[in-house]
Design a protein around this ligand. Structure first.
Ligand code: ZN
Length: 353
């Protein structure tokens, strides 16, 4: 947008880490943004609106690619004034401050948070390629394959919503992002429980537990969405809820890893716990709320970057491994039996000698 600034420029350890994460999120004060309360910012917006947005005063046209992303004249002024105010503050040795609860990002082609969009697309591709790999490596007869495929679909959908939200932040796109991420995290916990306890196996007891577990998780999601949508849009609650569900998911896979490692002593058994630890570390980046480097790279985008590699490795190793886990365990028990037989044979030879 060609904004006439002649008047606007008037002088003016896993468990410890998890506990720390929850504590920090709960203790975080409800921060109102300083930036949009600054007099110089307010004055800038007022002058800009008058100069550019008044239909009776030859309004400045908005470029097509901005209009396609629903930028209005008032929003163009708000964006431009955020950067004018920030530049002035930095030049006079003051800190960069947030506006309307967000850091002043430099948009690219109208995209508000370009790195978060780029990394969200990276995550989407990791799940999409993972789905292809899953279909190649996991036989269709394996009962858990259906659950793994749904996991990939949830992942893909939530990262599409994330890309849309970071392209343009509106109430509706924010809700889509939050609800999509919530569904994805909750489904992660759901299928982890099914896999770890093998609730997919067709025994009457398992079937009943699976039914109860499914109803419980669906009810949890409906309650979560209803609370946010009809009661209170609460950022801290949303983050805490996702964090708790994510931790149960991590705990389930860590128990799985521990049990298999004790059983076999094989390195493949530690893959799930390694990857969930990686995700926890990436998640802790969310706590480092610093102004975006070069106006674009912030802690939130780095958290989205940090989840790409574990997603790739999850589909590459963990899901195929858990599919052939029974085979691996059988091979391992045969190996133990063989070595015991060998030891017995050697002993017998010693006795005979
Ligand atoms: Zn995000």
């Amino acid at each position: 947008m060609l904004i006439r600034w002649k008047t606007a420029t008037h002088p003016s350890s896993l468990l410890l880490l998890a506990t720390a994460l929850i504590a920090c999120l709960l203790l975080q004060p409800a921060e109102a943004s300083l930036g949009d309360r600054l007099p110089e910012f307010r004055e800038c917006v007022e002058v800009c609106d008058h100069e550019n947005c008044d239909p009776n005063n030859d309004p400045t046209p908005i470029p097509l690619h901005h209009r396609l992303l629903f930028w209005t004249c008032a929003q163009e002024c708000d964006y431009t004034c955020q950067h004018i105010t920030t530049t002035r503050r930095v030049e006079s040795g003051q800190s960069v401050t947030q506006f309307h609860g967000k850091w002043p990002f430099v948009r690219v082609l109208g995209v508000q948070e370009p790195f978060s969009v780029l990394f969200s697309i990276g995550n989407f591709l990791a799940h999409q390629n993972g789905l292809g790999r899953l279909r190649e490596r996991v036989p269709s007869t394996y009962p858990m394959r259906w659950y793994y495929e749904v996991f990939a679909y949830f992942g893909m959908a939530s990262w599409v919503f994330s890309s849309i939200f970071h392209t343009r932040d509106f109430k509706a796109t924010e809700q889509l992002d939050y609800f999509g991420a919530g569904a994805s995290v909750l489904y992660g916990m759901y299928y982890a429980m099914v896999r770890v306890l093998r609730l997919d196996l067709p025994t009457p007891r398992r079937r009943s537990i699976l039914r109860l577990w499914t109803v419980f998780c669906c009810a949890l999601y409906v309650a979560h969405i209803s609370y946010l949508k009809f009661w209170r849009w609460d950022y801290t609650y949303n983050m805490t809820a996702n964090l708790i569900v994510g931790m149960v998911h991590n705990l389930l896979w860590s128990c799985f890893s521990w049990a298999r490692w004790r059983e076999t002593g094989q390195s493949w058994a530690i893959w799930p716990s390694m990857l969930v630890a990686w995700i926890m570390l990436a998640m802790s980046l969310e706590l480092l709320d610093f102004p975006p480097l070069w106006g674009a790279l912030d802690a939130h985008s780095l958290w989205h970057l940090g989840t790409i590699a574990p997603a790739v490795l999850w589909y590459k190793y963990v899901l195929p491994l858990t599919t052939f886990e029974e085979t691996l365990l059988t091979v391992h028990s045969f190996m133990i039996k063989d070595s015991q037989d060998l030891a017995k044979a050697v002993k017998l030879k010693d006795i005979k000698a």
